[in-house]
Design a protein around this ligand. Structure first.
Ligand code: KIV
Length: 294
């Protein structure tokens, strides 16, 4: 059964934590869905972890649509949220409607995420009115990294904390179905979570949110440019890949791969027309990685 925004709301009401994770392609979406992820976010973090930019700002709507399509194909039963890129929704509610509409129609996602608090409430209201579910995003909003002066925790002062609480209320009242709380003190995230009726999804906002979101590459040890404090590495997939690819390169160079077992033979009359190819050295099946390690 496909997960919907209603299921996500019910999870908050039942006190069941919501597990959200980013994914950017068919294969990882399939793995995330098989692992039981509730929501897949096609985040504009792809600008950094897929495209190699320093920030999320260069990501385009076409980029998000392309990646979201592949994710939807890999996880057809999962709630997939497309992140609206910088300057595709801030100009006016009309611009947001047209671009979020494109994401929904062309990529097949079920919701969009936009950054910003009370000043985006009117846009959220208009999107929800036409049937586009919206996830809000407050606290550290990466598209404003030039304004905030870096990836800094938000809401440390009373005035900032009050503003963030007011932002959360404004988004919930405008109809956002969930709100991402990024990089804020856990006490503030707990207060927001207690005060708003819609689920909060934290990243670097402590354990009291209704759910958590992390970036695929961070939790799998795939991204070594920097390691955020809020992420836990559940595997060292990057190291595993380096080791496996290194072994492949070595075996190609030493003719240990491929062997006859990875090829096909000509048969019958055609086979007779061709002389047997000289056997590469060595021609035997190499020890499996497990045997080698033993
Ligand atoms: O783009 C992204 O991956 C995000 C999450 C970090 C919330 O916005």
């Amino acid at each position: 059964m496909k997960t919907t925004i209603r299921h996500i709301q019910q999870k908050k009401e039942r006190g069941e934590p919501i597990a959200m994770l980013t994914a950017y392609d068919y294969t990882s979406a399939k793995l995330a869905a098989a692992a039981g992820v509730d929501i897949i976010l096609v985040g504009d973090s792809l600008g950094m972890v897929i495209q190699g930019h320093e920030t999320t700002l260069p990501v385009t709507l076409d980029d998000i649509i392309y990646h979201t399509r592949t994710v939807v194909r890999g996880a057809p039963e999962t709630l997939v949220v497309a992140d609206m890129p910088f300057m595709t929704y801030q100009v006016s509610p009309e611009q947001a409607l047209l671009n979020a509409g494109r994401a929904m129609q062309e990529a097949g996602c079920q919701a969009v995420k936009i950054e910003g608090g009370a000043h985006m409430a009117e846009t959220v209201r208009r999107l929800v009115q036409v049937g586009i579910p919206v996830m809000g995003h407050i606290g550290l909003t990466p598209q404003s990294v030039n304004q905030t002066g870096g990836w800094r925790v938000q809401g440390r002062s009373t005035s900032e904390a009050d503003r963030l609480i007011a932002d959360a209320h404004a988004l919930a009242e405008a109809g956002a179905f969930a709100i991402v709380l990024e990089l804020m003190p856990l006490e503030l995230a707990a207060a927001v979570t207690a005060q708003v009726a819609v689920p909060t999804i934290g990243i670097g906002a402590g354990p009291h949110c209704d759910g958590q979101v992390q970036v695929w590459h961070d939790i799998l040890g795939l991204f070594s440019d920097f390691q955020p404090k809020h992420a836990r590495r559940y595997a060292e997939v990057g190291a595993l890949i380096r080791q496996a690819v290194g072994q492949y390169v070595e075996e190609v160079r030493s003719h240990a791969f491929p062997t006859e077992a990875h090829a096909t033979h000509l048969a019958g009359e055609v086979a007779a027309l061709y002389a047997p190819a000289p056997a590469p050295q060595p021609a035997t099946e190499p020890a499996s990685p497990a045997t080698k390690a033993a």
